[in-house]
Design a protein around this ligand. Sequence first.
Ligand code: FAD
Length: 367
Amino acid sequence: MTDRTTDTSVVVIGAGQAGLSVAYYLRRLGLDPGNDFVVLDRGPGTGGAWQFRWEALRLGYAHRVNDLPGMEELGVSFDTADRHAPARDVVSDFYRRYEEHFDLQVVRPANVTKVESTLDGFIVHFEGEHGPREVTAKVLVNATGTWGSPFVPWYPGMNDFRGRHLHTTDYVDAAEFADKDVVIVGGGTSAIGFLMELENVAKSLTWVARRPIVFLEDQELNIEAGVSAVALQDAAAREGRALPSIVSTTGVPRSRRIQAAIDRGLLRARPMFASVEADGVRWSDGSFQHADAIIWSTGFRPELRHLAPLKLREKEGGIGVGGGASWRNARVFFAGYGPTASTIGANRAGRTIARQVVATLSSLEQR
Ligand code: FAD
């Protein structure tokens, strides 16, 4: 061991909703934060992916953000939080207080670059404030979310576009699109949010989506739609397939804001264009739309590059995960992955995964 190496029993990678929830339950089950388990996060601050979301995004514009387990001890709740403040500030503030209150000792910045397996468990390599470091652990919990792995589909001519391609993760604010012709791609709440923000700012707005948009009758995500979306995610994870897009399986809840935008004709999506040209996009019927910018709100993929040395990927394209654990290595757990990739799912995953982690550690001790 070098002084760059720390030993622990459990490493949790990621301190978003999923990672913090696991950490909370590990602590409740008697593990000591910073000693028995270590949480690593590469973000400069608290809040998981929320800290990077655009300034204009407010709580309640997307779906419901669920409270972290035990958050009532802090006397705060997302249900009663300031709906006019940027969501990123509210979430970062609540998560910071949460980490402090439960003394979760998250190490940041700690960018995990690689996890290798050893006879005893794992070596987790990360870039810390003072250069490369390692932590050894018996059990690994991956809770790295998707924000760091934006997905942009390929269309002919994309590289010829002289305007600006950007993904949801690159969006900063509406002002940079003033008087521009903007094409927004995608059928989810991010695409709809950008349409509403740019409505009176851009010169023209064109919305395109691969499938017709299904607007639900309900104002919030209907539980049946949610349950069936979770079941589809779970089936894909269990079969080791790439995970399907969540919005394609739930539809878009018809909140009052969204209903008003439908009524004023803003939310009419065209089918997907066939190709991109230097100055815009062209459909297969020959029609053309000039564009200065194309915003790709086309989703994310799970962020898993650092796990490549563990060889967990199946030929079906995904990682086989059942009940939160990898099929190929029962000491690797996934929180916030597939069926648990929502703020409510992440909470549930925290409890079940923490229990499994503790059971795994005690069976290893008995060997
Ligand atoms: P994250 O919040 O992404 O946390 C992952 C953490 O892992 C991050 O802090 C990151 O820094 C860290 N990390 C990643 N890779 C590494 C690495 N290699 N090394 C170290 N650390 C790493 N869901 C809802 O339920 N309700 C909503 O209203 C909602 N709104 C959304 C709005 C937008 C615009 C988007 C894109 C998603 C939204 N979601 C919403 C989905 C949402 O992202 C999840 O529900 C939830 O925030 C995910 O939590 P998480 O902990 O899994 O991931």
